[in-house]
Each structure stands twice: as C-alpha cells, then as structure tokens.
Design a protein around this ligand. Structure first.
Ligand code: AMP
Length: 293
C-alpha cells in the first residue's frame, strides 16, 4: 500500500503550570499532542486527536488551527480542560508532578473522522494506553505506528501498555522508563527485550545525552544541539516525536528524522511551554539540524 504523508497524532491537550529555576508560569498551553502537533506541523500535515473543555483559551485554539491539517478530531466538551502541574529540581532534568486534573479527558471516547482514519502514520504520544489502543483500532489503513509513554503507565497499567507495545512499529521511550519497564540497566539488552514484544525499532531518549535507536541489525545514535539555558524541558520528548514522525512521513532517513526531532527539541527547552516553537525560522532550524551528528 502506498504511504501518504498524513500523520494522526493522539495525546493530551492541556494547560500546564510549570516551575523551573527560571520562574513559574500558570496555564500554559501544553500536553503531549500539543507539543507533537506543533513540531510536526512545521513541516507536514498533522491531524491532532484530543479533547478540550469549554474553558480552553482562544490562543490555544489558534495555535492548533495554524499547525494542523484540520482540527476536526479535537472534541470540545462542556467542562474543564486537562491540567498538569510540574516542578523541576535544581538539576533541571528531574521533576515532580504536583497535580494532574484529567477534566474532560476522564471520559474521552474518541471517534476519528473516516477520512483522517486513513492516515499512513500514527503517532500515539503519551496518554493512557487504552486510549492509544482505542485510536489505533480505528485506523483503517495499516499505518506505521510510533508510540510514546511515561512511567505512570509502566507502573499503573503495565498490561495495557504491553498490548500497545505489541502493535507499535517504533517505540519512543526515556532511558529511565526503559530500565523500569524491563528491569534491565543495559540499554541494548533492554531494547532487545522490548523488540521481542513487537516493535522493530526502539528509540531511547536520553535527555542531554541525545538519543539512540536500536533495531535488529543496527544501532544509531544522535547527539544533542547544546543550548546555553534550559529554561523549561517540558515537552521536549513530544517535540522530538512530532519532528521525528514528520521526517519519516516526508521520506527522510531514520537518522535525519532523529536529527530533525532533536533540533526541534532544542528550541522547545529554550523558553516556557510552546513559546519558542511558534516562530522558528527555516534557516535557524537547518543550522541546528546540520550541527547534530
Ligand atoms: P514531557 O515533558 O515530554 O513528559 O511532556 C510534558 C507534557 O505532558 C505536559 O505538557 C503535560 O500536560 C503532559 N502530561 C503530563 N502528565 C500526563 C499524563 N498523565 N497523560 C498525558 N499527558 C500528560
């Protein structure tokens, strides 16, 4: 079947309250689908899937309209938008979740428009694995599935997560999460164990150390673009994922898609929330991509 470049992106859409050593911001546009859609939408036609409450701000709506192919699969429901609060430790990497209010996400039962369910690429960004599976089941054209997750689901819904991993082609996962999931500290062994569960490739995101891709016969690593001030790391993984998928959908190699994701993530962390992602120029992006090896 011929692959098109259409990408469906599922994840959270929310309002974040974030505290880092550079300050505190409340009700920032956030959520895994938000970061991924903006990153992907810079290049390709991303179709986000999610739910928002009737308190969702207009500027958030405008951003989605700008970066998405269509927003027909974002449901607006009476009630409160998903909210998450996090506070980063002094080291800038580790963080504590202060609150998670699911709001309208609690009873979200997505129904994907028939046309959009034809997408050739599906990025299941971090959200409850049952919801990821629900959306995947509606995808009618045997898409390439890229999934992300978080430690919460490894701990609370391991069986649902394993079913999802089984249907995934490329799993994106943080270093600490893959160790937790497999109980193996050697990444190569851990990746092999996950590949035996279904995926052909595992991409381990290692924060300031870059990212590594493991597949049956190959290993690939990509460095980071060093930024002088990490103001807010929130969403970097989702931006990596959105940029990475957009590269694959355009026909870029795995390596170049990883470099694109990495370069975009370097912009994300330079300011709070999605701010820095909204006005990236093509020149500055190309400069960063080219300097990543
Ligand atoms: P990351 O920094 O890549 O882990 O992504 C942070 C984003 O994930 C924030 O914008 C949050 O709104 C969102 N988030 C936090 N907790 C959850 C959760 N349990 N499910 C879905 N999204 C979440």
């Amino acid at each position: 079947m011929k692959k098109t470049n259409e990408i469906l992106i599922l994840g959270s859409i929310g309002l974040d309250t974030i505290e880092t050593q550079y300050g505190k911001r409340e009700n920032l546009l956030g959520g895994s689908a938000t970061y991924a859609t903006i990153a992907s939408g810079i290049f390709s036609s991303a179709v986000p899937v999610g739910i928002i409450g009737d308190d969702f701000p207009k500027d958030g709506y405008d951003i989605f309209s700008k970066f998405s192919k269509n927003i027909n699969n974002i449901k607006i429901e009476k009630g409160k938008t998903f909210r998450w609060g996090g506070k980063y430790h002094k080291n800038g990497d580790d963080r504590d979740t202060l609150f998670t209010d699911l709001g309208v996400f609690e009873n979200f039962d997505p129904i994907i428009n028939e046309k959009d369910a034809n997408a050739s690429w599906v990025f299941l960004a971090n959200i409850h694995p049952a919801l990821q599976m629900n959306v995947l089941k509606q995808c009618s054209k045997n898409p390439i599935v890229i999934s992300d997750t978080m430690n919460l689901w490894i701990n609370t819904t391991p069986n649902e997560l394993k079913s999802l991993i089984n249907k995934t082609n490329i799993l994106l996962i943080n270093e600490s999460e893959i160790i937790e999931l497999t109980q193996l500290s050697e990444l190569k062994k851990a990746a092999r164990m996950i590949m035996s569960m279904g995926p052909e490739k595992i991409i381990v995101k290692q924060g300031s150390k870059g990212a590594q891709c493991f597949s049956k016969d190959d290993e690939l690593s990509v460095s980071v673009y060093p930024v002088s001030k990490v103001v807010d790391p929130t969403g970097a993984g989702d931006v990596f994922g959105g940029g990475f998928v957009s590269g694959l959908a355009e026909g870029l190699s795995l390596y170049d898609s990883m470099r694109r994701g990495t370069a975009l993530a370097s912009f994300c962390i330079e300011d709070f929330g999605v701010n820095r992602l909204l006005d990236i120029t093509r020149d500055e992006l190309d400069h960063r991509i080219n300097s990543i090896k």
